[in-house]
Design a protein around this ligand. Sequence first.
Ligand code: PLP
Length: 360
Amino acid sequence: MTRVFNFSAGPATLPEAVLRQAADEMLDWHGSGMSVMEMSHRGKEFIAIHAQAESLLRELMNIPTNYKVLFLQGGAIGQNAFIPMNLLRGKTSADYINTGEWSKKSIKEAKKYCSVNVAASAEADNFTSVPKQETWKADPNAAYVHICSNETIGGVEYHWTPDTGAVPLVADMSSNILSHPIDVSHYGMIYAGAQKNIGPAGLTIVIVREDLIGNALPITPSVFDLKQQADNDSMLNTPPTYAIYIAGLVFQWIKAQGGLTAMETHNRAKAAVLYDYLDSTSFYSSPIAREDRSLMNVPFKLRDEALDEAFLKGAQARGMIQLKGHRSVGGMRASIYNAMPIEGVQALVDYMKEFEKNHG
Ligand SMILES: *Cc1c(COP(=O)(O)O)cnc(C)c1O
């Protein structure tokens, strides 16, 4: 069996140890005589799996007790609608910071439910930086301030936490959750689709401060009413059981690696291998402001885009896949989430050097 180095932005590579354990437990989970996929979500086996996943996530992120952890469906895109539905709390507008493609999607969706104040935008510099907080035109009456902590497509990441005072900060952390320690108490709500840095598609993680829920708009679907889901342990309906199980295995794996501090060290080392090389040559380039570069998604361009296809073909032949940049940006993008080993990034840089030598 040969596994490739998969640089996909999502669904993305998972730790091999997790996949092996899932394979071992596929037909008979812990002597239950069944696969996790076949279990009742209300049976004692799955209740234990679910509780264990939540408790590991709470431990890894040091989530305060006044926050609910929900395992939902509908993806981050679903949350773009459910956030205004749940968090407006009688207010009529919300602040959004526009740092790229994912922010734009959040803004567009929110406009169906409230008035949106784009308090800052990086559009003028083509989304190659994060607007500094001094430049934000925040509305003190906003229901919340929404940010995308890591723009998966554009490759910019907040390396600081905005201070929004009494206005709750809401963050789409789909592509950098669990990549480094954060202080959850600075946020009103954090959400993430699982398929980037956690597990399989189909699971959406929501971490929300208790006092913010319970005032959903009357039109809110019950399964997306955060209060109803919190009151029912995310089991108002059948949750994505297998995805929750795999997420739990990934949480265990992260803990065994040394938790989020170790993840950050590992992620910084990996990103440095790639960015240091990008900065040392003019054959490739990174468009992103240095202090805002993502440690998770690294877009880069070849000096001569006519070579893009040959570059991708050569990478594929060496077992490195999914390096093509998003169609809105072009060029290349290497997604190097928690589960990407440093050997994968080193192999990529070795190949980039070789390609430069042959075509530079
Ligand atoms: C992938 C991604 C999304 C979309 O997630 P879905 O689970 O497909 O809804 C939203 N925001 C960010 C930052 C993403 O990376």
